[in-house]
Design a protein around this ligand. Structure first.
Ligand SMILES: *[C@@H]1O[C@H](CO)[C@@H](O)[C@H](O)[C@H]1NC(C)=O
Ligand SMILES: *[C@@H]1O[C@H](CO)[C@@H](O)[C@H](O)[C@H]1NC(C)=O
Length: 184
């Protein structure tokens, strides 16, 4: 009986130190020991289809896109403003530049491939790269953050997107984004 307990006692400090180092990841990659941190970003993404200055343009349609209820095969390029609040006049903090493609036949599902380019505060000049699946009529859509630049070097994480407003007549949409990003 004594032996397994002794073994457990000997192992215990090792187990504890493993769990302790998991909490904080340290890196010497950047020329010094630095702690990885979790940042949360919150903003609104404006996809403007109508009006004199649309921020999205359709660049391709598949042969069956027009008869598809889910716009299957359609590819759009975006340069969408990111703002602090949901109103279009709210403070601009960056732009989402990239594309989304209708990649689902049974539901409206997009492949999103975009760079979030920030222009405000400590993240001015930094970008985050997002590649993910966006089921636009689901309540919360989660997409991976694959990386980033400047303040977001070595970034990884995810975003949660929720539709704030959608004008079914014009297609104009405002989507709330919450980003959870680990970086140094
Ligand atoms: C599909 O619809 C668009 C926009 O209404 C139109 O420009 C295009 O010619 C249509 N394509 C086909 C193959 O019917
Ligand atoms: C962001 O950086 C650019 C280029 O360095 C600079 O011109 C601009 O004033 C900065 N914007 C803010 C809000 O700090």
């Amino acid at each position: 009986m004594a032996r397994p307990i002794l073994l457990l006692l000997l192992l215990l400090p090792t187990l504890l130190s493993v769990s302790a180092t998991r909490k904080r990841t340290r890196s010497t990659i950047l020329g010094g020991i630095r702690d990885e941190k979790l940042s949360r970003l919150h903003f609104f993404w404006h996809d403007i289809v109508s009006g004199p200055r649309p921020t999205v343009v359709t660049i391709a349609r598949g042969p069956s896109t027009n008869s598809s209820a889910t716009f299957f095969g359609m590819v759009n390029i975006i340069d969408d403003p990111l703002t602090l609040g949901p109103e279009p006049t709210s403070q601009l903090v960056g732009r989402a530049q990239g594309l989304y493609a209708s990649a689902a036949q049974e539901s409206v599902g997009l492949l999103m491939a975009m760079n979030l380019a920030f222009i405000d505060g400590q993240y001015n000049g930094s970008t985050l790269a997002i590649l993910g699946r966006n089921q636009v009529f689901s309540g919360v859509r989660e997409m991976p953050i694959l990386g980033g630049t400047k303040a977001f070097r070595y970034a990884r994480g995810y975003v949660q997107a929720r539709t704030h407003s959608l004008d079914l007549k014009t297609g104009d949409a405002v989507v709330e984004y919450n980003c959870y990003v680990l970086h140094y």
